[in-house]
Write a new protein. Structure first.
Length: 155
């Protein structure tokens, strides 16, 4: 399960950096081979089965993807936001929607990382400067607890 949670943000990073060099079709084929076929790289739209309970910042969708199925399903959506302080509005959206949690560490240029849960879904949100894509908010959503911002060692 931890590998799947980490795979989705990795897919987002790869797509943001490699999208111009790869076609979505061929990249999706590679990811399907690695994931066992349960992947939907929706491109620049929110996956159709993305949980409606999770509010997203308004802005252009840079990437929408889903990986897995059932209780092991995770979604990753990256949205362009206005700037480094977008995390303030995102935190309010999530808490207004019944999620508990908060943004913790902010980066040296702003932005930040936050984890939230409503008992059904866990949300990891990272607001960061994505270079030529401007500021983005990357949402990694899973059933249960929020995905960890850092990998945990396995024993």
């Amino acid at each position: 399960m931890n590998r799947r949670i980490l795979a989705v943000p990795l897919v987002a990073v790869l797509l943001l950096g490699a999208a111009p060099a790869l076609t979505a079709c061929s990249f999706q084929g590679v990811v399907k081979d690695v994931s066992g076929g349960n992947v939907d790289i929706g491109g620049t739209s929110v996956p159709s089965d993305f949980p409606k309970e999770v509010p997203l910042a308004s802005g252009d969708v840079v990437l929408g993807a889903g990986l897995g199925s059932g209780d092991d399903k995770v979604w990753n959506v990256t949205v362009k936001v206005d700037g480094a302080d977008a995390y303030t509005a995102i935190e309010k959206q999530l808490t207004d929607a019944g999620f508990s949690g908060e943004f913790g560490a902010q980066g040296p240029k702003g932005g930040g990382t936050g984890t939230f849960t409503n008992g059904t879904y866990g949300v990891l949100v990272v607001v960061t400067d994505a270079g030529s894509n401007g500021w983005v908010a990357n949402y990694s959503v899973s059933k249960g607890m929020a995905p960890s911002a850092t990998p945990t060692p396995s024993s």
